[in-house]
Design a protein around this ligand. Structure first.
Ligand code: NAD
Length: 291
């Protein structure tokens, strides 16, 4: 099936990246959020990120102008329903995602494919709340979307081959690589990555190291480009906690219990880079460890 237009629901850090790469690949994009501010910030962010690509000769100024002209924003769900493929990239909360799909259903077309960028929530469960579980998939981009090559494609129990093949073609057109994952909590990347981040939180909580020593140890000792706490701030501590809770609930194993310190940071509203404070404080010129 040929996809020409893509609706992106949620214009946060992932939604703006998804709109960015889809528009550059030639798809008409409708970006939707509940907050007008998020939409304006997303368009400004996409413009800035594409400008950086122009300055590095990765894309031409004409390609940028054409891509920017393909992105429309809207607060209205019926408008998003007119697209061929919808990528839901709203807050990592199952109830929010149910409400989004419920609101979209009366407006989507018979051929529309529904996908979610969820990091951890069951695709089969999300799909079962729609009228088309066979046309529903997990389409999981990595952060930052324009730079990261991987997309995890997750089939729900009912996802049909046409839907999978159509999404695989889109991944190729985006010049990215797909990894197929089965629909179990947190799929592949986050099943491995987020418990490591949670363990780094325990290492901090128990006083084995401080923020700087833990991040330096993993950068220099395990050759990771970012330390786990720096990465947690980048992902969003609320998202990390939500994924740990999905692993804990979904696999019923105490080894996935979220670190109380991670919970405390989230309760404080210290969510990482997006709120200017997490394991580091980003309000000044350079990030300062908070512990
Ligand atoms: N942050 C990461 O590194 C990362 C990586 C891969 C996947 N994800 C997944 O992507 C999704 C979004 O994460 P994010 O980091 O972009 O979050 P974010 O907090 O940056 O953005 C979420 C956006 O969703 C919007 N939103 C909330 N309710 C909505 C609704 N009913 N309709 C439309 N928009 C709504 C919010 O206003 C906000 O702009 C989550 O499912 C997350 O698990 C995140």
């Amino acid at each position: 099936m040929e996809i020409k237009s893509v609706g992106v629901v949620g214009a946060g850090q992932m939604g703006n990246g998804i709109a960015h790469v889809m528009a550059l690949a030639g798809y008409d994009v409708i970006l939707n959020d509940i907050a007008e501010d998020s939409l304006a910030a997303a368009v400004a962010r996409i413009d800035k990120n594409m400008e950086r690509q122009v300055s590095r000769d990765l894309i031409t100024a004409d390609a940028k102008a054409a891509a920017m002209s393909r992105i429309k924003t809207t607060l209205s769900q019926p408008e998003v329903g007119q697209t061929d493929l919808i990528v839901e990239a709203a807050t990592e909360n199952e109830e929010i995602k149910y409400k989004i799909f419920e609101g979209l259903l009366p407006h989507i077309q018979p051929h529309t494919i529904l996908t979610s960028n969820t990091s951890s929530i069951s695709i089969t469960r999300l799909a079962s709340r729609t009228d088309r579980p066979e046309k529903f998939m997990g389409f999981h981009f990595m952060n930052p979307v324009p730079l990261m090559k991987l997309v995890e494609l997750i089939r729900g129990i009912a996802t049909d081959d046409d839907t999978y093949e159509t999404c695989l073609e889109i991944v190729k057109r985006l010049d990215k690589t797909a990894a197929s994952a089965e629909d179990f909590p947190a799929f592949i990347v986050n099943r491995i990555l987020i418990p490591m981040i949670n363990e780094a939180c325990y290492t901090l909580y128990e006083g084995v190291g401080n923020v700087a020593s833990i991040d330096n140890a993993m950068k220099l000792g395990a050759n990771h480009p970012m330390g786990p706490l720096e990465l947690a701030d980048f992902i969003g501590l609320d998202t990390c906690l939500a994924i740990m809770n999905v692993l804990h609930d979904g696999l019923a194993d105490t080894k996935y219990r979220p670190c109380p310190l991670l919970t405390k940071y989230v309760e404080a509203g210290w969510l990482g880079r997006k709120s200017k404070r997490g394991f580091y404080d980003y309000r000044g010129e350079i990030p300062v460890p908070t512990r």
